[in-house]
Design a protein around this ligand. Sequence first.
Ligand code: SF4
Length: 437
Amino acid sequence: MRSPPAANQHSIDTKAINMEQRIEFTREMKRDYTILIPNMLPVHLKLIKSVFELHGYRMELLENEGPEVVEAGLKYVHNDTCYPALLCIGQFISALQSGKYDVHRTALIITQTGGGCRASNYIFLLRKALKKAGLGFVPVISLNPLGMEKNSGFRITLTLFLQAMMMILYADVLMCLKNQVEPYEDEAETCARLMESWAARLTEQFRRDPRLAALRFRANLGRIARDFDRVPHTPAEKIQVGIVGEIYVKYSQLANNHLERFLLSQGCEVHVPGLMGFLLNALDHNIDDVNLYGGSRLKKAGVQVVMRWADHIERVIARSIRDNCRLEPPAPYRVTRRKLGGVLGVGCKMGEGWLLTAEMCELIDSGVPNIVCVQPFGCLPNHIAGKGTIRALREKYPSANIVPIDYDPGATRVNQENRLKLMLSVAREKVGGAGLG
Ligand code: SF4
């Protein structure tokens, strides 16, 4: 793995670069390059970005949307590739071509899961697309938990890792509480402003003293819970709708055509499972693998220790929220796993795998029978664990009202919204709720 040939990174001779080499993100680049982040998880990435900035990185969360993103994706990515990859890469290239950034001082960062699905390979597709677009000199950083690619200018230290994990927990809580209050708020944007103010307060705490920030975890959770509980609101009957599916399309408004906003406009209270469950699920696979196929018992024991610790943290979160407000905490991973109840085998783990099915079970059991299952084009894992299990779920839960919605470059928003409206009208009929919405 090699660094770019030029000593001065600002005057890179793009033609001189051997395109077969990976462009390393060097220590010098850390000083004055802006790292662009794709808008995969708007709430979580905003908080994680602030942690990276505290560690000296200059980062920007991309907000560019519109047809040019899809067009760039279609132009530079093979059209057999799954829709999230196409959008992610399209968003990067469209941003780089927009003229807003000095492309010789810009780097990109993308996750590499290390699992069996294509999310491990986005990075190679991205580098290929960059070369095709004449931007092969732009460094791409792999964000992965397994040390798959190393860059001298980008290092996840233990402090940074723990702070980022804590921000993910906060983001799950903020998202969960906001979703329960926002549909009823008296003044629009109150919850959005509260989210912003907590993001700033948490970042400031980490900046002042990271150790103190960790000690304040419980107290912060209590304050967040009370703040959301105090938002002036008017009770009303709303349709309870859960959103599950492929992780990128589930969270990214770019990918799901502002699904949450649309559901809110239709008189719904939206429930979106958190990110921590997805991360714990990836860890938990190590235990299931040993149980199913054999392997290192030592590794299994190590993962079990981490899982027990994570379970303890989730219990702390649940208690802190329940003790301080009337709102519900995010569903703990251990509870969601239990809800699967044999609908799908735990060996089904590509993409979201069985977790997607378990999340639907958990939502239905907790009083959210209406579910939108977002299905991106080209995603076999989620078609199996999502669409493929709907029949079994309907047999298990006759009240379930699940609609799979396809997302691809050709799918129109009108079509998607019409299908959603159909699902909502079934929901209204089921509760006989003429007054709903
Ligand atoms: S889960 Fe599906 S959409 Fe996501 S990277 Fe894997 S194949 Fe693509």
